[in-house]
Design a protein around this ligand. Structure first.
Ligand code: ZN
Length: 408
Protein backbone atom coordinates (compact mmCIF):
# COMPACT_ATOMS: atom_id res chain seq x y z
CA UNK A 1 0.00 0.00 0.00
CA UNK A 2 1.28 3.42 -0.87
CA UNK A 3 1.14 6.16 1.71
CA UNK A 4 0.59 9.77 0.79
CA UNK A 5 4.03 11.30 1.14
CA UNK A 6 5.23 14.77 1.97
CA UNK A 7 7.00 16.63 -0.82
CA UNK A 8 10.08 17.18 1.29
CA UNK A 9 12.40 14.89 3.16
CA UNK A 10 11.72 13.84 6.71
CA UNK A 11 10.81 10.67 8.51
CA UNK A 12 7.55 11.99 9.96
CA UNK A 13 5.14 9.54 11.53
CA UNK A 14 5.40 7.90 14.92
CA UNK A 15 7.07 9.49 17.93
CA UNK A 16 10.61 8.30 18.69
CA UNK A 17 10.81 5.13 20.72
CA UNK A 18 7.54 3.55 19.61
CA UNK A 19 7.43 0.11 18.02
CA UNK A 20 6.47 1.71 14.71
CA UNK A 21 9.41 4.06 14.88
CA UNK A 22 11.88 1.26 15.55
CA UNK A 23 10.50 -0.73 12.64
CA UNK A 24 10.75 2.30 10.34
CA UNK A 25 14.33 2.92 11.31
CA UNK A 26 15.16 -0.78 10.81
CA UNK A 27 13.56 -0.66 7.36
CA UNK A 28 15.95 2.17 6.49
CA UNK A 29 18.85 0.24 8.02
CA UNK A 30 18.15 -2.84 5.89
CA UNK A 31 17.58 -0.85 2.70
CA UNK A 32 20.76 1.16 3.33
CA UNK A 33 22.71 -2.02 3.95
CA UNK A 34 21.55 -3.59 0.67
CA UNK A 35 22.48 -0.36 -1.14
CA UNK A 36 25.93 -0.26 0.42
CA UNK A 37 27.09 -3.67 -0.75
CA UNK A 38 29.37 -3.28 -3.80
CA UNK A 39 27.49 -3.26 -7.12
CA UNK A 40 26.68 -6.77 -8.33
CA UNK A 41 27.15 -8.36 -4.88
CA UNK A 42 23.42 -8.96 -4.25
CA UNK A 43 23.67 -9.93 -0.57
CA UNK A 44 21.54 -12.68 0.98
CA UNK A 45 19.24 -12.02 3.92
CA UNK A 46 21.87 -13.67 6.16
CA UNK A 47 24.55 -11.28 4.91
CA UNK A 48 22.26 -8.30 5.53
CA UNK A 49 21.59 -9.61 9.04
CA UNK A 50 25.33 -9.89 9.68
CA UNK A 51 25.96 -6.40 8.30
CA UNK A 52 23.19 -4.73 10.29
CA UNK A 53 23.32 -6.71 13.55
CA UNK A 54 19.60 -7.52 13.24
CA UNK A 55 18.29 -11.07 13.63
CA UNK A 56 17.67 -13.09 10.48
CA UNK A 57 13.97 -13.26 11.35
CA UNK A 58 13.76 -9.46 11.60
CA UNK A 59 15.63 -9.00 8.32
CA UNK A 60 13.35 -11.48 6.55
CA UNK A 61 10.27 -9.62 7.75
CA UNK A 62 11.68 -6.21 6.81
CA UNK A 63 12.81 -7.49 3.41
CA UNK A 64 9.22 -8.57 2.72
CA UNK A 65 8.06 -4.99 3.32
CA UNK A 66 10.78 -3.60 1.03
CA UNK A 67 9.88 -6.13 -1.68
CA UNK A 68 6.24 -5.20 -1.28
CA UNK A 69 7.10 -1.49 -1.68
CA UNK A 70 9.03 -2.36 -4.86
CA UNK A 71 12.27 -0.85 -3.58
CA UNK A 72 14.31 -4.06 -3.80
CA UNK A 73 14.07 -7.29 -5.75
CA UNK A 74 15.30 -10.83 -5.40
CA UNK A 75 17.84 -12.11 -7.87
CA UNK A 76 19.16 -15.60 -8.61
CA UNK A 77 21.27 -17.45 -6.12
CA UNK A 78 23.80 -15.59 -4.09
CA UNK A 79 27.07 -17.53 -4.43
CA UNK A 80 29.04 -15.49 -1.88
CA UNK A 81 27.01 -16.43 1.17
CA UNK A 82 28.40 -18.89 3.65
CA UNK A 83 26.63 -22.26 3.91
CA UNK A 84 23.49 -22.80 1.91
CA UNK A 85 23.25 -20.33 -0.96
CA UNK A 86 20.42 -17.86 -0.53
CA UNK A 87 18.51 -15.60 -2.82
CA UNK A 88 20.35 -12.34 -3.46
CA UNK A 89 18.83 -8.90 -2.93
CA UNK A 90 19.40 -5.68 -4.84
CA UNK A 91 17.83 -2.26 -5.30
CA UNK A 92 15.01 -2.55 -7.80
CA UNK A 93 16.39 -1.25 -11.13
CA UNK A 94 12.87 -0.50 -12.34
CA UNK A 95 12.28 2.21 -9.73
CA UNK A 96 13.64 5.71 -10.23
CA UNK A 97 13.22 9.38 -9.44
CA UNK A 98 13.25 12.40 -11.73
CA UNK A 99 15.61 15.34 -11.33
CA UNK A 100 14.35 18.54 -12.96
CA UNK A 101 15.85 21.97 -13.40
CA UNK A 102 14.57 25.37 -14.43
CA UNK A 103 17.40 27.72 -15.24
CA UNK A 104 17.55 31.08 -16.92
CA UNK A 105 18.04 29.73 -20.39
CA UNK A 106 17.01 26.08 -20.29
CA UNK A 107 14.83 23.48 -18.66
CA UNK A 108 15.90 19.89 -18.15
CA UNK A 109 14.77 16.57 -16.74
CA UNK A 110 16.54 13.30 -16.00
CA UNK A 111 15.42 9.90 -14.76
CA UNK A 112 17.87 8.48 -12.24
CA UNK A 113 17.65 4.97 -10.79
CA UNK A 114 18.00 4.24 -7.07
CA UNK A 115 21.74 3.61 -7.43
CA UNK A 116 22.18 7.11 -8.89
CA UNK A 117 22.62 5.99 -12.49
CA UNK A 118 21.20 8.35 -15.12
CA UNK A 119 18.81 6.45 -17.39
CA UNK A 120 17.42 9.31 -19.48
CA UNK A 121 18.34 12.99 -19.66
CA UNK A 122 16.88 15.79 -21.78
CA UNK A 123 17.82 19.46 -21.92
CA UNK A 124 15.70 22.03 -23.76
CA UNK A 125 17.03 25.53 -24.38
CA UNK A 126 14.41 28.13 -23.46
CA UNK A 127 14.68 31.81 -22.59
CA UNK A 128 13.10 31.98 -19.12
CA UNK A 129 14.28 35.48 -18.20
CA UNK A 130 11.45 37.54 -16.79
CA UNK A 131 8.92 34.93 -17.86
CA UNK A 132 5.67 34.40 -16.02
CA UNK A 133 6.09 31.20 -14.08
CA UNK A 134 3.03 29.39 -15.46
CA UNK A 135 4.28 28.88 -19.03
CA UNK A 136 7.73 27.84 -17.74
CA UNK A 137 6.12 25.25 -15.46
CA UNK A 138 3.88 24.09 -18.31
CA UNK A 139 6.91 23.60 -20.57
CA UNK A 140 8.71 21.67 -17.83
CA UNK A 141 5.60 19.56 -17.16
CA UNK A 142 5.46 18.66 -20.86
CA UNK A 143 9.14 17.69 -20.79
CA UNK A 144 8.59 15.65 -17.61
CA UNK A 145 5.64 13.80 -19.18
CA UNK A 146 7.79 12.91 -22.20
CA UNK A 147 10.74 11.74 -20.12
CA UNK A 148 8.51 9.82 -17.70
CA UNK A 149 6.80 8.12 -20.60
CA UNK A 150 10.19 7.09 -22.09
CA UNK A 151 11.06 5.61 -18.70
CA UNK A 152 7.71 3.82 -18.61
CA UNK A 153 8.40 2.25 -22.00
CA UNK A 154 11.52 0.76 -20.44
CA UNK A 155 9.51 -0.59 -17.52
CA UNK A 156 10.83 2.05 -15.10
CA UNK A 157 8.45 3.69 -12.64
CA UNK A 158 9.20 7.23 -11.44
CA UNK A 159 8.46 7.41 -7.71
CA UNK A 160 8.94 11.14 -7.22
CA UNK A 161 11.19 13.99 -8.14
CA UNK A 162 13.17 17.06 -7.24
CA UNK A 163 13.12 20.44 -8.96
CA UNK A 164 16.09 22.81 -8.79
CA UNK A 165 15.63 26.54 -9.47
CA UNK A 166 18.17 29.39 -9.45
CA UNK A 167 16.82 31.26 -6.47
CA UNK A 168 15.92 31.24 -2.80
CA UNK A 169 13.24 28.70 -2.03
CA UNK A 170 10.91 27.67 0.77
CA UNK A 171 10.69 23.91 0.16
CA UNK A 172 7.98 23.29 2.75
CA UNK A 173 5.61 25.66 0.96
CA UNK A 174 6.83 24.87 -2.59
CA UNK A 175 7.51 28.57 -2.97
CA UNK A 176 10.26 30.40 -4.84
CA UNK A 177 10.95 33.39 -2.61
CA UNK A 178 13.11 35.16 -5.13
CA UNK A 179 14.78 34.11 -8.36
CA UNK A 180 16.03 37.46 -9.64
CA UNK A 181 17.24 36.25 -13.02
CA UNK A 182 13.91 34.61 -13.74
CA UNK A 183 12.11 37.67 -12.40
CA UNK A 184 10.16 35.59 -9.86
CA UNK A 185 9.24 36.85 -6.40
CA UNK A 186 7.08 34.84 -3.97
CA UNK A 187 5.92 32.42 -6.62
CA UNK A 188 3.99 29.31 -5.49
CA UNK A 189 4.68 26.33 -7.72
CA UNK A 190 2.21 23.54 -8.37
CA UNK A 191 4.87 20.85 -8.12
CA UNK A 192 2.37 17.98 -8.24
CA UNK A 193 1.52 18.99 -11.79
CA UNK A 194 5.05 17.99 -12.84
CA UNK A 195 4.68 14.35 -11.77
CA UNK A 196 0.98 13.65 -11.23
CA UNK A 197 0.25 10.67 -8.97
CA UNK A 198 3.92 10.09 -8.14
CA UNK A 199 3.88 8.63 -4.61
CA UNK A 200 6.78 10.73 -3.29
CA UNK A 201 5.66 14.00 -4.87
CA UNK A 202 8.18 16.63 -5.97
CA UNK A 203 10.60 18.46 -3.67
CA UNK A 204 12.01 21.93 -4.35
CA UNK A 205 15.71 22.84 -4.17
CA UNK A 206 18.02 25.76 -4.71
CA UNK A 207 20.06 25.00 -7.82
CA UNK A 208 23.54 25.61 -6.38
CA UNK A 209 22.75 23.64 -3.22
CA UNK A 210 21.56 20.70 -5.30
CA UNK A 211 24.69 20.89 -7.46
CA UNK A 212 26.88 20.97 -4.34
CA UNK A 213 25.23 17.74 -3.16
CA UNK A 214 25.89 16.07 -6.51
CA UNK A 215 29.49 17.21 -6.23
CA UNK A 216 29.78 15.71 -2.76
CA UNK A 217 28.76 12.32 -4.11
CA UNK A 218 31.26 12.36 -6.97
CA UNK A 219 34.35 14.12 -5.58
CA UNK A 220 37.34 12.05 -6.72
CA UNK A 221 39.30 13.24 -3.67
CA UNK A 222 36.46 12.28 -1.31
CA UNK A 223 36.44 15.79 0.13
CA UNK A 224 33.77 16.31 2.77
CA UNK A 225 34.27 20.06 3.30
CA UNK A 226 34.20 22.48 0.41
CA UNK A 227 32.66 25.60 -0.97
CA UNK A 228 30.96 25.01 -4.30
CA UNK A 229 30.60 28.08 -6.50
CA UNK A 230 28.82 27.94 -9.80
CA UNK A 231 28.78 30.53 -12.56
CA UNK A 232 25.60 30.82 -14.62
CA UNK A 233 23.72 34.00 -15.53
CA UNK A 234 23.72 34.36 -11.76
CA UNK A 235 26.41 33.05 -9.44
CA UNK A 236 25.31 30.40 -6.93
CA UNK A 237 27.07 28.74 -4.05
CA UNK A 238 26.73 25.79 -1.71
CA UNK A 239 28.56 25.15 1.55
CA UNK A 240 29.37 21.52 2.36
CA UNK A 241 30.66 20.81 5.88
CA UNK A 242 31.21 17.29 7.20
CA UNK A 243 29.50 15.81 4.11
CA UNK A 244 26.34 17.80 4.85
CA UNK A 245 24.99 20.82 3.08
CA UNK A 246 25.00 23.84 5.39
CA UNK A 247 21.97 25.92 4.48
CA UNK A 248 21.61 28.13 7.55
CA UNK A 249 18.48 28.55 9.69
CA UNK A 250 16.33 29.82 6.83
CA UNK A 251 17.93 27.65 4.15
CA UNK A 252 19.59 30.52 2.33
CA UNK A 253 23.27 30.22 3.27
CA UNK A 254 25.96 30.09 0.60
CA UNK A 255 24.93 33.08 -1.50
CA UNK A 256 28.47 33.67 -2.70
CA UNK A 257 27.20 35.48 -5.79
CA UNK A 258 25.96 38.33 -3.63
CA UNK A 259 29.13 38.99 -1.69
CA UNK A 260 30.15 42.56 -2.51
CA UNK A 261 33.37 42.73 -4.50
CA UNK A 262 33.10 46.33 -5.68
CA UNK A 263 31.26 48.78 -3.40
CA UNK A 264 31.09 51.29 -6.27
CA UNK A 265 30.02 48.68 -8.80
CA UNK A 266 26.85 48.13 -10.77
CA UNK A 267 23.34 47.28 -9.60
CA UNK A 268 22.73 43.61 -8.95
CA UNK A 269 19.62 41.56 -9.66
CA UNK A 270 19.26 41.09 -5.87
CA UNK A 271 18.77 44.82 -5.38
CA UNK A 272 22.28 45.31 -3.97
CA UNK A 273 25.33 46.94 -5.49
CA UNK A 274 28.63 45.55 -6.70
CA UNK A 275 27.93 41.87 -5.95
CA UNK A 276 30.20 39.20 -7.43
CA UNK A 277 27.43 38.38 -9.91
CA UNK A 278 27.72 41.87 -11.46
CA UNK A 279 31.31 41.10 -12.47
CA UNK A 280 31.49 37.32 -12.80
CA UNK A 281 27.96 36.36 -13.90
CA UNK A 282 27.64 35.18 -17.49
CA UNK A 283 26.07 38.32 -18.93
CA UNK A 284 28.52 40.53 -17.07
CA UNK A 285 31.46 38.66 -18.59
CA UNK A 286 29.95 38.65 -22.09
CA UNK A 287 29.27 42.37 -21.92
CA UNK A 288 32.72 43.22 -20.55
CA UNK A 289 34.24 41.03 -23.24
CA UNK A 290 32.46 43.02 -25.93
CA UNK A 291 30.29 40.06 -26.94
CA UNK A 292 26.55 40.41 -27.31
CA UNK A 293 24.91 37.65 -25.26
CA UNK A 294 22.70 35.42 -27.39
CA UNK A 295 19.74 35.06 -25.04
CA UNK A 296 18.34 32.23 -27.17
CA UNK A 297 21.43 30.06 -26.82
CA UNK A 298 23.82 30.20 -23.91
CA UNK A 299 25.97 27.51 -25.48
CA UNK A 300 26.47 29.63 -28.62
CA UNK A 301 27.49 32.65 -26.53
CA UNK A 302 29.84 30.57 -24.40
CA UNK A 303 31.41 28.98 -27.49
CA UNK A 304 32.06 32.45 -28.92
CA UNK A 305 33.72 33.51 -25.65
CA UNK A 306 35.88 30.38 -25.48
CA UNK A 307 37.00 30.89 -29.08
CA UNK A 308 37.94 34.49 -28.36
CA UNK A 309 39.91 33.37 -25.28
CA UNK A 310 41.76 30.71 -27.26
CA UNK A 311 42.64 33.40 -29.81
CA UNK A 312 43.93 35.52 -26.89
CA UNK A 313 41.69 38.45 -27.81
CA UNK A 314 42.51 41.14 -25.25
CA UNK A 315 38.92 42.25 -24.40
CA UNK A 316 37.61 38.79 -23.51
CA UNK A 317 40.85 37.84 -21.70
CA UNK A 318 40.68 40.99 -19.57
CA UNK A 319 36.99 40.42 -18.78
CA UNK A 320 37.59 36.85 -17.61
CA UNK A 321 40.67 37.83 -15.61
CA UNK A 322 38.63 40.48 -13.83
CA UNK A 323 35.93 37.92 -13.09
CA UNK A 324 38.63 35.61 -11.68
CA UNK A 325 40.06 38.33 -9.42
CA UNK A 326 36.57 39.20 -8.16
CA UNK A 327 35.78 35.55 -7.53
CA UNK A 328 38.97 35.44 -5.46
CA UNK A 329 37.87 38.42 -3.38
CA UNK A 330 34.50 36.79 -2.64
CA UNK A 331 36.03 33.39 -1.83
CA UNK A 332 38.67 35.00 0.39
CA UNK A 333 35.87 36.61 2.42
CA UNK A 334 33.93 33.35 2.55
CA UNK A 335 37.01 31.47 3.78
CA UNK A 336 37.37 33.88 6.69
CA UNK A 337 33.78 33.27 7.76
CA UNK A 338 33.32 29.52 7.35
CA UNK A 339 36.95 28.34 7.49
CA UNK A 340 36.62 26.01 4.52
CA UNK A 341 39.86 25.62 2.62
CA UNK A 342 38.67 23.87 -0.50
CA UNK A 343 36.84 25.34 -3.48
CA UNK A 344 35.03 23.58 -6.31
CA UNK A 345 34.31 25.61 -9.44
CA UNK A 346 31.15 24.78 -11.40
CA UNK A 347 29.14 26.16 -14.32
CA UNK A 348 31.04 28.57 -16.53
CA UNK A 349 33.76 28.95 -13.88
CA UNK A 350 34.72 25.35 -14.72
CA UNK A 351 34.74 26.08 -18.46
CA UNK A 352 36.75 29.29 -18.03
CA UNK A 353 39.13 27.85 -15.43
CA UNK A 354 42.21 27.85 -17.68
CA UNK A 355 41.91 31.66 -17.96
CA UNK A 356 40.39 32.31 -14.51
CA UNK A 357 42.78 30.28 -12.45
CA UNK A 358 45.85 32.51 -12.29
CA UNK A 359 43.99 35.73 -11.34
CA UNK A 360 41.79 33.76 -8.94
CA UNK A 361 44.78 32.27 -7.11
CA UNK A 362 46.55 35.62 -7.07
CA UNK A 363 43.49 37.21 -5.51
CA UNK A 364 43.08 34.43 -2.93
CA UNK A 365 46.74 34.76 -2.00
CA UNK A 366 46.39 38.51 -1.61
CA UNK A 367 43.13 38.66 0.35
CA UNK A 368 43.24 35.38 2.30
CA UNK A 369 46.93 34.50 2.50
CA UNK A 370 47.59 30.90 3.49
CA UNK A 371 43.91 29.93 3.42
CA UNK A 372 43.70 28.09 0.11
CA UNK A 373 46.44 25.86 -1.30
CA UNK A 374 46.33 25.99 -5.13
CA UNK A 375 45.61 22.27 -5.37
CA UNK A 376 42.49 22.82 -3.25
CA UNK A 377 40.94 24.93 -5.97
CA UNK A 378 39.47 22.38 -8.36
CA UNK A 379 36.82 22.16 -11.05
CA UNK A 380 33.52 20.31 -10.80
CA UNK A 381 33.61 16.53 -11.19
CA UNK A 382 29.93 16.42 -12.13
CA UNK A 383 29.71 19.10 -14.80
CA UNK A 384 26.69 20.97 -16.02
CA UNK A 385 24.11 18.40 -14.91
CA UNK A 386 24.96 18.96 -11.23
CA UNK A 387 21.70 20.62 -10.14
CA UNK A 388 19.65 18.01 -11.98
CA UNK A 389 21.56 15.07 -10.50
CA UNK A 390 21.79 16.65 -7.05
CA UNK A 391 18.05 17.20 -6.78
CA UNK A 392 17.39 13.60 -7.88
CA UNK A 393 20.09 12.32 -5.51
CA UNK A 394 18.60 14.22 -2.62
CA UNK A 395 15.19 12.65 -3.20
CA UNK A 396 16.81 9.19 -3.33
CA UNK A 397 18.69 9.91 -0.12
CA UNK A 398 15.53 10.96 1.71
CA UNK A 399 13.76 7.83 0.43
CA UNK A 400 16.63 5.65 1.68
CA UNK A 401 16.35 7.31 5.07
CA UNK A 402 12.58 6.81 5.22
CA UNK A 403 11.47 3.94 2.97
CA UNK A 404 8.25 3.59 4.97
CA UNK A 405 6.98 6.53 2.91
CA UNK A 406 6.27 3.93 0.23
CA UNK A 407 4.85 1.37 2.63
CA UNK A 408 2.34 1.32 5.47
ZN1 ZN B 1 23.48 40.74 -5.57
Amino acid sequence: MVMPAPAVSGTGGAAPGTVGDVRRSNLALVLGSIAEFPPGTCPSRAQVAAATGLTKASVSSLVLDLLDAGLIREVGLNPQGRGRPGVGLELNPSRAVMGMEINVDYISAAVVDLTGKVLIREVKERDNRNSAHAPVLAALAALAVRVRSSAGERGVEVLGGGLAVPGLVDPARARVLTAPNLGWVDVDLDLDALLPEAPLGVALFNEANAAALAELRDRPDGASDFLFVSGEVGVGGGIVIGSELFTGPEGHAGEVGHIVVDPDGGHCSCGGTGCLETVAGQDAIFTAAGLVPDTGSRSASMSALLQALKAAEPGPVTAVERAGRSLGIALASAARVVDIQSVVLGGHFALLEPWLRAPLLESLGKYAPGKYAPEQVTVSAVGEAGALLGSAGSVIRSLMEAPHRLHA
